[in-house]
Write a protein that binds this ligand. Sequence first.
Ligand SMILES: [Mg+2]
Length: 326
Amino acid sequence: MNQGVISSLLLLPIYSKLVSTQRATSTLTPPKPPDSEFIGFPSVTVRNLVKMPEKHIPPKIESFEDLEVHLRGSLNPNKTLALLLDYDGTLAPIADHPDKTIMSIAIETIVNKLAKNPNIFLAIISGRALDDIKNKIGINGITYAGNHGLEIESADNSRHDYVLSEEILENYNRLVKDLQENAVKNNAWVEDKRISLSFHYRAVPVNMKEAIKQEAKRIIEKHGYTANAAHEALEAKPPVVWNKGEASVFLLKQQFGEDWPKKVNVVFVGDDTTDEDAMKKLQGVGKSFRISSDPEIKTFADFRLTSQDLVGDLLSWISNTYENEE
Ligand SMILES: [Mg+2]
C-alpha cells in the first residue's frame, strides 16, 4: 500500500466524524469545512482567493464629522441596506449587570426609525438568549439572532435553530455544574443561556479576578467549549462552526438570495471578539465598525468607533442617507 493510501485511511475516521456530527446536529446549514474561511458566496470566494480577510488597525472615527469624511458616498441609498447590529456595548453601554443595560433615548428612537424604513433590513445579532434580546429591543417585525446566532427569529416569526448534539448538550450541563461548584465565588456568576453561557467576573475583587478567570477558562475548555474574552466576562460557546459570521451570511442569503453581495449594502456594528466573526465574513463586501477605545486594536472591521455613544451618530448618519433619497 502506498503512502498516500495509508494517509487517506488514517484520516478517514476523523473526516467521517466531522461530517456525521454536522449532519446530525444542525437544522441550519453549516459551511463545508474547506469553505469556512471564505465569505460563502462563489464570486466573493474567488475575490478572496486574491485577498483573504485579515486583521488590521483601521481608521478611527471619533465624531460625526469623521463619519462624513470616511463614509460619504459609500452607501448607495438606491440599494437596500442590511443593518446588522450587536446590542451589549453597541446599542447599549455595558452595565454592572446584563439586566441593567439600557439604550439611550436617542439610540432607541433612531433604531425604531430605522426599523420602520422599508429600504432597511434590520437584524440584531447578540450573545444573549433570543427571548432576552427580543425583550431588550422590543421592536416587532425585525430579525433577532440570539446566542451568537444559534437561535434566530426572523421578521415573519419563523424560527431557525442550530440543533446541538446530545453529547454537546450533556457537556453543557456538566459545564454549568462544574462552574457553579468551582468558579462561582467572590461575586462571579454564570449567565445560563441554555446552549451557551457567560461567566461574569466584573464584581470579583481586583486581586482575585485573574485567578478566577483562568479557572473558569480551564473549566470551559475542559468540557469542550470555547472561551471567548468579553467585557469582564468569558463567553462559553459550543464547539460548532456557527457564530455571528455564519449567522450573518445565513440571514443575508435567506433575505436576499445567494447573490446578496450584489443586491444590498451591508453594515455591521459590534464591540467584542465574537463580533469579529461577522466582520471577517463581511470584509470586502460590507462596512463593519468595531467599537473600541484601544488605538492599537487589530480587527477585521473597516473602521473603529472610539466610543459606544458614536453608534447613535452612525445610525443617524445612515438614517439621513436613506431619508435624503426619498
Ligand atoms: Mg457586544
